[in-house]
Design a protein around this ligand. Structure first.
Ligand SMILES: Cc1cc2nc3c(=O)[nH]c(=O)nc-3n(C[C@H](O)[C@H](O)[C@H](O)COP(=O)(O)O)c2cc1C
Length: 300
């Protein structure tokens, strides 16, 4: 079985959040593998410049996977040969995004309508890349719980690991992730499986492990809380919001213009201070900041 730095913990792809700064912090706290935000295969193919910053990695990052979304096997086959993708040791294919802008193009969770297409896409990536290939999906689409069928198709195409988020496309983020359904998918697969959904602490981590999954992926539980990877293992850790925010800003300024850093960090700061005493005032000041200097001074 593939192991990622000896850890079974994975930071999920999180559009708008799992940037190089957040990933570096998550690695420091014990994540074994971190994913980039989702990147459009078509965007890469047509040379969209917006993808460049999404593909930036920090020198300190240990094992980062790039997540691609798309629907055309030929485009996947082409872009996975690009140097910007080849620098990653692992490629993930998004088959879970429920956002209309994505699904209306037949991408993200829409792929779960066609296990045949899933197999073709995974095979196209495997045949054109030497890298580990993973797939991330939901429990089903259109009222069907067809994750097992889709996961078997991905496995047939050559996927090295399959992540299942325990909700259907229609559920979006409502209700609780269904761990029993994840266990049923896991049981049918021979490749390693990763469970995802609602893991935020040791208790939920252990519950997810009871499903038999090999890996556990965390998204919302890591936003503003990179220490969650230590917390679930009951490892000692220090966490200081000010230090984390300043570190995060520092990393982003190495590759993003000031304005973009400010926009990204305002959202990240809302997560870092969530639940803290005085968080409302800090957020207001942060959101009012007009320069990076003003933004960092909020934490003085
Ligand atoms: C703001 C936000 C952005 C997300 N972006 C992505 C993405 O780019 N790719 C993806 O596969 N899933 C994405 N997801 C889904 C998460 O990776 C994860 O599957 C979901 O949040 C459930 O896990 P959790 O309960 O640990 O948050 C996103 C979720 C959130 C909340």
């Amino acid at each position: 079985m593939i192991t990622y730095n000896g850890s079974d913990l994975i930071l999920a792809p999180i559009a708008g959040y799992s940037d190089a700064g957040m990933r570096t912090l998550c690695f420091r706290y014990g994540a074994g593998l971190c994913y980039t935000e989702m990147v459009s295969a078509k965007g890469l193919f047509y040379g969209n410049e917006n993808t460049a910053s999404l593909l930036h990695t920090d020198p300190e990052e240990k094992f980062t996977g790039v997540q691609l979304f798309g629907s055309e096997p030929d485009i996947f086959a082409e872009v996975v040969r690009y140097d910007q993708i080849n620098k990653f040791p692992l490629i993930d294919i998004n088959m879970g995004c429920p956002v209309k802008k994505i699904t209306s193009n037949g991408e993200g969770s829409s792929l779960m309508r066609s296990p045949e297409l899933i197999e073709k896409i995974v095979r196209a990536v495997k045949q054109n890349s030497q890298k580990t290939v993973t797939v991330k999906m939901r429990l089903g689409i259109d009222g069907l719980n067809n994750a097992t069928e889709c996961a078997l198709a991905a496995q047939e195409g050559g996927a090295d690991m399959i992540t299942v988020h325990g909700r259907t496309k229609e559920q979006l983020y409502a209700g609780k992730a269904d761990y029993d359904a994840i266990a049923r998918v896991k049981e049918r697969l021979t490749v390693p499986t990763c469970g995802n959904g609602d893991v935020t602490d040791r208790e939920s981590y252990l519950k997810m492990k009871e499903t038999g999954v090999d890996y556990v992926m965390i998204a919302r539980g890591a936003m503003g809380r990179p220490y969650v990877f230590s917390a679930v293992k009951e490892n000692d850790y220090d966490f200081n919001v000010k230090e984390a925010v300043l570190f995060h800003i520092g990393r982003l300024t190495t590759f993003l213009p000031e304005n973009t850093v400010m926009n990204v960090m305002k959202k990240q700061i809302a997560c870092y201070v969530y639940g803290m005493r005085g968080s409302k005032a800090i957020k207001e000041k942060a959101f009012a900041a007009k320069t990076l200097k003003e933004l960092t001074s909020v934490f003085d």
